[in-house]
Write a protein of this length. Structure first.
Length: 69
């Protein structure tokens, strides 16, 4: 699945709206929910590998040719 920036933006806006309604500050909850939104966004990304890496029994070498969707 490709990265969905608008879904991340919606999640952040919802988080901010929820936090503004609170009577007490909750930095821990804010940090946790923001980190979760970013983590979910990043994990949706795909890497399209086209080539460029080689392994001859040792470390992988080369320059990757591809894109992040």
């Amino acid at each position: 699945m490709a990265l969905d920036k608008s879904k991340l933006e919606t999640g952040i806006k919802q988080l901010l709206e929820d936090m503004m309604k609170r009577e007490e500050n909750s930095f821990n909850e804010f940090a946790t929910r923001l980190a979760t939104a970013i983590d979910t966004y990043v994990k949706q990304g795909e890497i399209e590998y086209l080539g460029g890496l080689a392994n001859s029994g040792g470390a992988v070498t080369g320059t990757i040719q591809g894109t992040i969707k």
